[in-house]
Design a binder for this molecule. Structure first.
Ligand code: PMP
Length: 415
C-alpha cells in the first residue's frame, strides 16, 4: 500500500478515495473485454481501459506481433534511421484516404503530442509560406485535446485548462459554426475539433452535417482543419474514422489511443503532401520535433497487427449489429430509470446523463455519477463518469451478450 501511495495518480483525490473506501482497483490481468483484479474478481471493461483497447486485452494476434518484434528489436532511433514497420504503417494509414490527400505521417507518443505536432506544423507552415501572422487557433467550447501546454490551450473543459489559459497558444473558443464564421480568418492558422462527438464534454455529438460545413468554411478561408480523432479513430463511431461519415478530409488528422489497439503508447499526425512540401529544402525549414520514442518498432508492430485484426475479424462489418443492440438496450434502461435524463450515442460510444427527478443536475459535490460507477463495479462492470454522465465505450469486439451484461450491471446499479 505504501508503494501504491508513491504513484501520483491523475485527478488525484487519493486521500478522499481511500477515506470513502474507493481506493483504486488493482488490475492484474485482462483478456478480451474483461479485466481481473488482484483478488480474482472479473469485470467487463466498459471503457476499453481509457478508450484505448479497441480489440480488448491480450488479443493473441497483437500479443504475438509484439513478441515477435521484441525478439528482433524493441527500440531504435528514428532520427536519421528508419525501419520497415514504420514505413508500412504510414502507408496503411494513408491508404484509408483518397490518393493525394493525406500522404505523410509523423509519429509521436500519445494523443496530446499528436495534437501538439499538428499545431506546431500548422504554425511553422504559415511561417514558411509567407503568412507568419496566421499563428492563432480556434477551438470549440468544451473540447478536450490533451494535456501538453499547446493541446491544453485548445481545451475548453474548465477543470483541466483554466489555470493554463494564456500560457500556450492564442486560442479563440467558439461554441458554434456561426460564431466561427463571425471571426476574421486572417490571423487563424487552424481550427481544431473532435469530429462527430466531443468526448470529455460528457459525450456530446455535433449535429449531422456540421463537419462538412466546417470543411467548407476552411476551404473558403484558407484556415487548416485539424481533426482530433484520438478518441473517435479506429472504428469507434462505426467507420474507421469519424471524418469518413461526412466525407471530410482534414489538413491534419491526429490519431493515438486505438492506433496500437491500445497496447502501447504511440500517436500519428497525418497531413497533406502540400503541407509536408513546405518543410523541405533546407535545414531551417525542417520540423524540429524529435521524440526519443518516435515510430517505436513495438508500437508499429502492435498497430499493424491491430489493423490486421480489423480485417481478419471483420470488426467494422460486425459493428452495426452491436451498435443497434447497445441503443435498444439503452432505450430500455432509460425507460426503467427516470434518473436517466438523456442517452447520447454515437456509434459504439454512449453517454448516459443522470439528473435529479426535477430535471436539475445533481450538485457537483454529491458525485452521484461516481457513486453509480462504484455500484456498477460491484456488479462486475468497470466504467467511469464524466461529471454525472456514465460513459460506455467497451472494446469493439464486445459480444451482444457482453453488451447485455453491461446494461444489466447498470440496471442493478441505478435507482
Ligand atoms: N484528444 C482527445 C479527443 C482525447 O479524448 C484525448 C484523451 N482522452 C486526448 C486528445 C489526449 O490523449 P492522450 O491522453 O493520449 O495524451
Amino acid at each position: 500500500e505504501q508503494d501504491q501511495a508513491r504513484c501520483w495518480h491523475p485527478f488525484t483525490r487519493q486521500a478522499e478515495w481511500c477515506a470513502r473506501g474507493h481506493e483504486p482497483l488493482v488490475i492484474t490481468r485482462g483478456e478480451g473485454s474483461w479485466l481481473w483484479d488482484s483478488e480474482g474478481r472479473k469485470y467487463l471493461d466498459g471503457n476499453s481501459s481509457i478508450w484505448t483497447n479497441i480489440h480488448g486485452h491480450a488479443h493473441p494476434a497483437i500479443n504475438a506481433a509484439i513478441l515477435e518484434q521484441l525478439g528482433k528489436i524493441s527500440h531504435s532511433s528514428f532520427l536519421g534511421f528508419t525501419h520497415p514497420l514504420a514505413a508500412e504503417l504510414a502507408t496503411r494509414l494513408c491508404a484509408f484516404f483518397p490518393e493525394n490527400t493525406l500522404e505523410r505521417v509523423f509519429f509521436s507518443d500519445d494523443g496530446s503530442t499528436a495534437v501538439e505536432c499538428a499545431l506546431k506544423m500548422a504554425v511553422q507552415y504559415r511561417m514558411q509560406t509567407g503568412a507568419p501572422d496566421r499563428n492563432q487557433f480556434v477551438a470549440f467550447s468544451n473540447g478536450y485535446h490533451g494535456d501538453t501546454l499547446g493541446a491544453a490551450s485548445l481545451g475548453g473543459v474548465g477543470r483541466f485548462f483554466e489555470r493554463f489559459r494564456n500560457t500556450g497558444y492564442r486560442v479563440r473558443h467558439v461554441a458554434t459554426l456561426d460564431e466561427l464564421r463571425a471571426l476574421s480568418p486572417e490571423e487563424i492558422a487552424g481550427v481544431v475539433i473532435e469530429p462527430l462527438i466531443q468526448g470529455v464534454n460528457e459525450m456530446r455529438p455535433w449535429r449531422g452535417g456540421m463537419l462538412a460545413e466546417l470543411r467548407e468554411w476552411c476551404d473558403e478561408t484558407g484556415v487548416h482543419l485539424i481533426l482530433d480523432e484520438v478518441m473517435t479513430g479506429f472504428g469507434r463511431t462505426g467507420r474507421m474514422f469519424a471524418c469518413q461519415h461526412e466525407e471530410v478530409i482534414p489538413d491534419f488528422l491526429c490519431l493515438a489511443k486505438g492506433l496500437t489497439g491500445g497496447y502501447l503508447p504511440m500517436a500519428a499526425t497525418l497531413t497533406t503532401g502540400k503541407i509536408y512540401d513546405a518543410f523541405l529544402g533546407d535545414a531551417e525549414k525542417a520540423f524540429y520535433y524529435g521524440h526519443s520514442y518516435t515510430a517505436n518498432p513495438l508500437g508499429c508492430a502492435a498497430a499493424l497487427a491491430s489493423l490486421d485484426v480489423f480485417e481478419t475479424e471483420k470488426t467494422l462489418a460486425r459493428l452495426p449489429e452491436k451498435i443497434s443492440r447497445l441503443s435498444s438496450r439503452l432505450a430500455t434502461l432509460k425507460s426503467r430509470h427516470p434518473v436517466i435524463h438523456e442517452i447520447r450515442q454515437c456509434g459504439f460510444i454512449a453517454g448516459i446523463e443522470l439528473r435529479r427527478p426535477d430535471g436539475e443536475k445533481f450538485p457537483l459535490g454529491e458525485r452521484f455519477g461516481e457513486a453509480i460507477c462504484q455500484a456498477a463495479r460491484a456488479h462486475g462492470l468497470l466504467t467511469r463518469p464524466i461529471l454525472d454522465t456514465i460513459v460506455l465505450m467497451p472494446p469493439l469486439r464486445t459480444s451482444l451478450e457482453e453488451i447485455d451484461s453491461a446494461i444489466a450491471a447498470l440496471d442493478s446499479s441505478l435507482p
